[in-house]
Design a protein around this ligand. Sequence first.
Ligand SMILES: Nc1nc2c(ncn2[C@@H]2O[C@H](COP(=O)(O)OP(=O)(O)OP(=O)(O)O)[C@@H](O)[C@H]2O)c(=O)[nH]1
Ligand SMILES: [Mg+2]
Length: 299
Amino acid sequence: MSEHYRSGFVAIVGRPNVGKSTLLNALMGEKISIISPKPQTTRHRILGIRSEADHQLIFVDTPGMHKGKDLLNITIDKIAVSTLRDVDIVLFVTDRSRGKAEEHVIEYFKRLDVPVFLVINKIDMLKNRQAIDEIILSYMGLYDFEAILPVSAQDQTHLDHLLEAVRPHLPEGPMLYPETMKSDQSDTRRMAELIREKILHHTEQEVPHAVAVVIESLEENQALKTLDVTALIIVERPTQKQILIGKNGEKMKRIGTEARKDINALLDTKIHLSLWVKVKKDWRNRPSDLRSFGYGGDA
Ligand SMILES: Nc1nc2c(ncn2[C@@H]2O[C@H](COP(=O)(O)OP(=O)(O)OP(=O)(O)O)[C@@H](O)[C@H]2O)c(=O)[nH]1
Ligand SMILES: [Mg+2]
C-alpha cells in the first residue's frame, strides 16, 4: 500500500429530516441507512465505508439533532454530538427550512478543530440559483465553513463535487476497514431497520416514534430453502398496536410484504418473515428496555 494512503471519518450531521441518510446512501451507491419523510428516522450511528485505491472515506450517518423529551430521544440526540468528537471532517447538512434550532448545532462546531462543510441539500426543490444564494447568505457570519456545497442527494446532483472537496482533507493513514466492508451494521440490525422503515411509511403522528423492532430469531428452513425470520414490533399502547395491524390485518400484511422484499434483496436469500406486535408501556423511558431494543449502546 502506498505511504500516501489517506483515510478518515466524515460525520454527517444536521437537523432531522434534512436528508442525511439519503446523502449517505447516495454517496455509497447503496442503501445503508433507512429513509423516511418523518423526522427522527435514524436512531443509531451508522457507518458507510467507501474504499478507493488511494483513500478510504468512512461516512458516519447520525440521528437528526433535536431537543428530545423522552429518554430514547435524549439518548439518540447524544449520538450526533459525541460523533463530532472523533471525526476528521464534518458535513453539516441542511435544506431550505433553516430554523433557529441550527444555531445550537453550529455552537458545537466552534469547539472542533476539523473542517466543517455546509451541505445544502434538496436543491432540486429550489426554483433557481438565486434561491440557493439566499440560503447561502442566511448562513453568512454564523460559522467559517470550509466550503458550501449545494447538492441533491435524491437526484445525485453535485455529489462528485462534494467528494472532490472532502478528499484533500483526509489525513494520511492506512485503510481502517477491510476493502469489502461497506457498513458496520449487522444483518439483524439491517433487517430490523428495514422493517421499521416500512412502519414509518405506513403510520402517522405519534406511532412512528413509538415503534422499536427486534429480530427474535433466524432459522434456516432446510426443506424450503428459506430463512425464517421472526421479528417483534414493540409499541407503547394497545391503540398503536391496533393501528399497526389495521383492518383485517391489512396494514401489517403490507408492511410485511414490503419488508420481506427488501430483506430478500439484502441477504440474497428467500426469507419467510413473521411479524409480532407487542405492547410495552413507556418503553422509551426505561433504560433496560432501551438497551434490550438496541438503543443506547453506541452513544
Ligand atoms: N426533494 C428531495 N428530497 C430529499 C432529498 N434528500 C432527502 N429527501 C427526502 O427527505 C426526507 C428525509 O430524508 P432522510 O434521509 O430520512 O433524512 P435524515 O436527515 O436522515 O432524517 P433523520 O434520520 O430523521 O434525522 C425523505 O422523504 C427523503 O426522500 C433531496 O435531495 N431532494
Ligand atoms: Mg437519517
